[in-house]
Design a protein around this ligand. Structure first.
Ligand code: SDX
Length: 426
C-alpha cells in the first residue's frame, strides 16, 4: 500500500505522506501543503483533523472503545483507583507498589492551599456559579505558586502537575462550601484522595465526619471515568494555550472555562435540568418531539466521536444503580432517564444520527444522590479532567516538534478598500 496520497490541483500534483499510528485511522500529513500549493485545508470544528500525535488516550467511536495508555476504561473503573490512573496518564505506565506510594505521597502533601488563598473566595458572591469560582481560583494559583512556573524546568513542570492534581479537590470543595455558607475544611493526609474530597465537601464542625465506603468508591470511579478523553474541546484548549509557553495553571484555567460550555462538560448539569423539565415518563413523547422539531437538543446524548454507546456511560449507569440502591434513594428521574433512553434508542431520528447516551446522561442523577447540587456537576468533571489536561499539556510541551498553534482561515470579508470620511458615508 502506498505511503502517500496525491492531491491534484489544476495541472499540479502534490504528494501528502500518509502517517500510521499504532491503531486507529491513518493521517494525511498536510504540514507542507500551504508552502507547496498556496492552499489551506478547511475543517471548522476539526471533524476530520488530527491536531497532534499522542500516546495517552485512544477512542474508537464506532466500536465504543476507550483506552488509557492501552487499558480499557471499564477495567480501570472496576480494578484501579483514580490516583493510580493519574500516574498512568501522567507517566505512561501503571505504578509499581513503590512508585504508587511515592506518587500518592507527592499528591497528598500538596493538597493544602496557601492560607491567603482562602480569602480569594471571599471576593465572590455566595450565589456565584461554582464554575465561575473554579475558573478564577485556578487561574489565580500562579499568583501563589510562582516557584513552579518555569515550564522549561522538568522538575517545576512535575511540581505544577502534582500541585494541580492535589489542589483541585481542595479548591472544588471550597467552591462548594462557600456556595453553601459553610466553613472551609482542611484536607487530612491520612485519607485517600476521594475520601479527602468528600470530607472537605460534606463534613461540618458540629460533628465527626464518617466516611461512606460506597460513596468513596463511587466518587473515585466517577473521577476515573472523567479523567481524560483524547483531543476534546477543553483538552485542545489546554494544548493551544500551552503551545504559547503559558504556564500550566493558566492553561488549566482555560480548559475549565471551555469545559463549562453546555455542549461539553456543562451538559451534565443541563442533562439533569432536562430530566427535571420532563418531570415524568408521560411527558417524554412530547419532549422527544420537541427535539425532532429542533427546538432543543437531548442533553447527555450524542457525541462527536462515539457513534455507538459511550463506554463510560455504561459504567456510569451501573454506578448510578449501585449508588441509588445502596443509599436507598428512589429518584423518579432515574425512571424518566431510563425510559427516555429506551425511547430515543428506538426512534429513527436518533438512530439515523447515531445518537447514544454519553457520560453526562447518568452522571447527574448519581451525583445528586451523593448530595451534590447540579451546579457542582461540571466542577467535579473539571476536578477529574485536570489530570488529563495536565498529562496532555506535558506531552505537548515535551514534544520536540512543538510549535505555537496558529490556524489560518478562509477569508470571505471585504477585500481592500480606501478609507471614506464620514461626510461621504451612508
Ligand atoms: C462531552 O469530545 C469529547 O470527548 C467530549 C467529552 C469528554 O469526555 O471530553 O466526551 C464530554 O462533552 C460529552 C458531550 C456532552 N454534550 C451533550 O450531551 C450536549 C448534547 N450533545 C450535542 O450537543 C452534540 O451531540 C455534541 C456537541 C456532543 C456533538 O455534536 P457534533 O458532533 O458537532 O454533531 P452535530 O451537531 O453535527 O450533530 C449531528 C446531527 C445534527 O442533526 P442534523 O443537522 O444532521 O439533522 O445530530 C444532531 C444534530 O442536530 N444532534 C442532536 C444531538 N446531538 C447531535 N440532536 C438532538 N440531540 C442531541 N443531543
Amino acid at each position: 500500500m502506498t505511503d502517500k496520497a496525491t492531491l491534484t490541483i489544476g495541472d499540479k500534483n502534490y504528494d501528502l505522506p500518509i502517517l500510521k499510528g499504532s491503531t486507529g485511522p491513518d493521517v494525511l500529513d498536510v504540514r507542507k501543503l500551504y508552502a507547496d500549493s498556496d492552499h489551506f485545508t478547511f475543517d471548522p470544528g476539526f471533524t476530520s483533523t488530527a491536531s497532534c500525535e499522542s500516546k495517552i488516550t485512544y477512542i474508537d467511536g464506532d466500536a465504543g472503545i476507550l483506552l488509557h495508555r492501552g487499558y480499557p476504561i471499564d477495567q480501570l473503573a472496576e480494578k484501579s483507583s483514580f490516583l493510580e490512573v493519574c500516574h498512568l496518564l501522567l507517566n505512561g505506565e501503571l505504578p509499581t507498589a513503590e512508585e504508587f506510594t511515592k506518587f500518592e505521597r507527592n499528591i497528598t502533601y500538596h493538597t493544602m492551599l496557601h492560607a491567603q488563598f482562602d480569602s480569594f473566595f471571599q471576593g465572590f458572591r455566595r450565589d456565584a456559579h461554582p464554575m465561575a469560582v473554579m475558573t478564577g481560583a485556578v487561574g489565580a494559583l500562579s499568583a501563589f505558586y510562582a516557584d513552579s512556573l518555569n515550564v522549561d524546568d522538568p522538575k517545576q513542570r512535575e511540581i505544577s502537575a502534582h500541585r494541580l492534581i492535589a489542589k483541585m479537590p481542595t479548591i472544588a470543595a471550597r467552591a462548594f462550601q462557600y456556595s453553601q455558607g459553610r466553613p472551609f475544611v482542611t484536607p487530612r493526609n491520612e485519607l485517600s484522595y476521594s475520601e479527602n474530597f468528600l470530607r472537605m465537601c460534606f463534613s461540618v464542625p458540629a460533628e465527626d465526619w464518617v466516611p461512606n465506603p460506597v460513596l468513596t468508591r463511587a466518587m473515585d470511579r466517577i473521577f476515573i471515568l472523567h479523567a481524560d478523553h483524547e483531543q476534546n474541546a477543553s483538552t485542545s484548549t489546554v494544548r493551544l494555550a500551552g503551545s504559547s509557553g503559558a504556564h500550566p495553571f493558566a492553561c488549566i484555567a482555560a480548559g475549565i472555562a471551555c469545559l463549562w460550555g453546555p455542549s461539553h462538560g456543562g451538559a451534565n448539569q443541563e442533562a439533569l435540568e432536562m430530566l427535571e423539565e420532563i418531570g415524568s415518563v408521560e411527558n417524554i413523547p412530547a419532549y422527544v418531539q420537541g427535539v425532532k422539531d429542533r427546538k432543543y437538543k437531548l442533553m447527555g446524548f450524542g457525541h462527536r466521536v462515539y457513534k455507538n454507546f459511550d463506554p463510560r456511560a455504561k459504567v456510569m449507569q451501573k454506578t448510578c444503580y449501585e449508588v441509588l440502591e445502596q443509599l436507598g434513594v428512589n429518584d423518579p428521574l432515574l425512571k424518566v432517564a431510563m425510559e427516555l433512553e429506551k425511547v430515543a434508542l428506538s426512534d429513527q431520528y436518533f438512530i439515523d444520527r447515531k445518537l447514544y447516551p454519553n457520560i453526562d446522561f447518568y452522571s447527574g442523577i448519581t451525583l445528586r444522590a451523593m448530595g451534590f447540587p447540579k451546579e457542582m456537576f461540571t466542577v467535579l468533571f473539571a476536578l477529574a479532567r485536570t489530570v488529563g489536561w495536565i498529562s496532555q499539556w506535558k506531552e505537548m510541551f515535551e514534544d520536540p516538534s512543538r510549535k505555537i498553534g496558529r490556524p489560518r482561515q478562509l477569508y470571505t470579508g471585504a477585500t481592500q478598500r480606501d478609507y471614506v470620511t464620514v461626510e461621504k458615508r451612508g
